[in-house]
Design a protein around this ligand. Structure first.
Ligand SMILES: Cc1ncc(COP(=O)(O)O)c(C=O)c1O
Length: 309
């Protein structure tokens, strides 16, 4: 297979049947998003946003690109910036794992770390994200940079509505009973659910949140410090659309540790905590019942496990 650049490695990921973890009679299908060149699902919005910004003229050739990132959007942007010839500045909370900083720097990014407000290493809170966002906006203004703004940029949902959703539908079509996704910026859940519901109204779309940070499900924020980095910030993301949600599911830190190990030991997949949360939530949804005979549930393996301690 001949490809013209690493951009062509983004998307069209395989859909894997997790037969060893699926409850009897069901199949959990997981998209291998860790196969993207930046190692995560965020390569998709990174590519979409920067290509559209260049096409519309809001990003000039060689202009610096700036973003607040928990790491994965940064890695995606670093891949795309390297390929398109833009300097990339990633502004990140100190609470993210050092492995993430190393990966960004290895891809040529400049990393600016921002002190945590109320989180601690490995546990990044909404207040930590707000502090890093403020700093990213300052850096973008100071350096005449293009500020990506993944939480507000429509490209975060469009990328999934135009690629991830259609890919899942092409592979499973009418067989698909439900779609399950954890929420960070909400780009994945909203974009994919929008597309799938347009294809078939009856599909069940389930949103996943860390237990104790179930604010989208209408619960008070008890546990801002959880293990599932890149998700569950304790606030409603700007792209959030509750009309797309048929079920809310919560997953504890203990459950994600268990499922991260099970995915590695039983399926041979060394993936991150949000992938473990997605698969655990699929099992919970299937066990609740109501999805018909032999349900087929699609979800995402959002990133590799190599970045986590
Ligand atoms: C590891 C991981 N999983 C899941 C998500 C959530 O994806 P989205 O921002 O599309 O809701 C993110 C977002 O950064 C992430 O880094």
């Amino acid at each position: 297979m001949k490809l013209s650049s690493s951009l062509a490695l983004i998307g069209r990921t395989p859909l894997l049947a997790l037969h060893r973890l699926s409850p009897p009679g069901s199949t959990i299908w997981a998209k291998a998003e860790f196969q993207n060149p930046g190692g995560s699902i965020k390569d998709r919005p990174a590519r979409y946003i920067l290509e559209h910004a260049r096409a519309s003229g809001s990003l000039s050739p060689r202009q610096p690109v700036v973003e607040m990132t928990s790491g994965n959007m940064g890695a995606g942007l670093a891949v795309v910036c390297a390929t398109l010839g833009h300097p990339f500045i990633a502004v990140m909370s100190c609470g993210n794992s050092p492995e993430r900083v190393r990966m960004l720097e290895a891809l040529g990014a400049e990393v600016i770390l921002v002190d945590q407000v109320d989180g601690r290493p490995g546990k990044v809170t909404g207040a930590d994200i707000a502090a890093a966002t403020l700093q990213a906006k300052r850096v973008a203004a100071d350096r005449d940079g293009f500020y990506v703004d993944q939480f507000n940029n429509d490209g975060s949902t469009a990328a999934h509505e135009l690629s991830t959703g259609p890919e899942i539908h092409a592979d499973l079509g009418e067989e698909l009973s439900a779609f399950v996704a954890i929420v960070g910026s909400a780009g994945t859940f909203v974009g994919v659910s929008r597309y799938l519901k347009r294809q078939r109204g009856g599909i069940v779309c389930a949103a996943v949140e860390p237990a104790g940070a179930e604010v989208l499900a209408g619960q008070p924020l008890h546990k801002p410090q959880h293990l599932i980095q890149g998700t569950g910030y304790g606030t409603r993301p700007p792209h959030w659309d509750p009309r797309l949600v048929d079920a809310y599911l919560a997953v504890t830190d203990e459950e994600v540790i268990d499922y991260k190990r099970r995915l590695a030991h039983q399926e041979g997949l060394h993936v991150g905590y949000s992938s473990a949360a997605n698969v655990c939530a699929c099992v919970k949804l299937i066990q609740r019942g109501g999805l018909g005979d032999a349900p087929q549930v699609a979800t995402l393996l959002c990133d590799t496990g190599l970045k986590y301690a």
